[in-house]
Each structure stands twice: as C-alpha cells, then as structure tokens.
Design a protein around this ligand. Structure first.
Ligand SMILES: [Zn+2]
Ligand SMILES: [Zn+2]
Length: 95
C-alpha cells in the first residue's frame, strides 16, 4: 500500500511522448517494455522527475525506481526503492 500522504510525482498524460513512442515503435506487444520506455523518455524530457525518495518507506538513501501499478497507464508511476519494489511485485504476484 502506498502511504496516503506520499507525494505524487505523476503526470496524468503526456500525449507528445505517447504519440512519439507509437510513431517510433508502432503498437507494442509488451506493455511492460512500453511502459518502461515511456518512463525513460518522460524522465529525459523532464515530464517525470525521480524524487529520489521512496514512497513506501520514505527512505532517501537508496536509489528509487519508477514502478507501475498498471502498465496501461505508463506515466502513472510510484517511486519506490529496490526492496519496496521487490515486496510490491511479490504482492502483485507479477515477476
Ligand atoms: Zn522503500
Ligand atoms: Zn514495479
């Protein structure tokens, strides 16, 4: 569970990035890959900012990663550290 007070660094939609991806790569079979690619592009473009703090444990000494609850919403990410990410994926029962 994400802490209700966790600050969100989420951009609802970035049509330019989404359209750019579809133009460059066509429809993707793997939504996970696509979501990760979109996040990478969004970070480069400054649309998404890695806050450097985990939304789950609020630790800031660790590197945090963009985690997707829903790969169909590639820009809706949670920023969580590796151990929390691992735990979350176990909860989600997704690799
Ligand atoms: Zn954490
Ligand atoms: Zn994840």
């Amino acid at each position: 569970m994400t802490h209700p007070d966790a600050r969100r660094y989420t951009v609802a939609t970035t049509p330019a990035i989404l359209n750019g991806f579809t133009r460059a790569y066509g429809p993707q079979k793997c939504p996970k890959k696509k979501a990760h690619h979109i996040v990478t592009q969004a970070i480069k473009a400054g649309e998404l900012v890695n806050p450097g703090i985990c939304e789950h444990c609020f630790g800031d000494e660790r590197k945090v990663f963009a985690h997707h609850e829903d790969y169909d919403k590639p820009l809706e990410v949670n920023w969580i550290c590796r151990p929390c990410h691992f735990t979350r994926h176990k909860e989600m029962d997704d690799d």
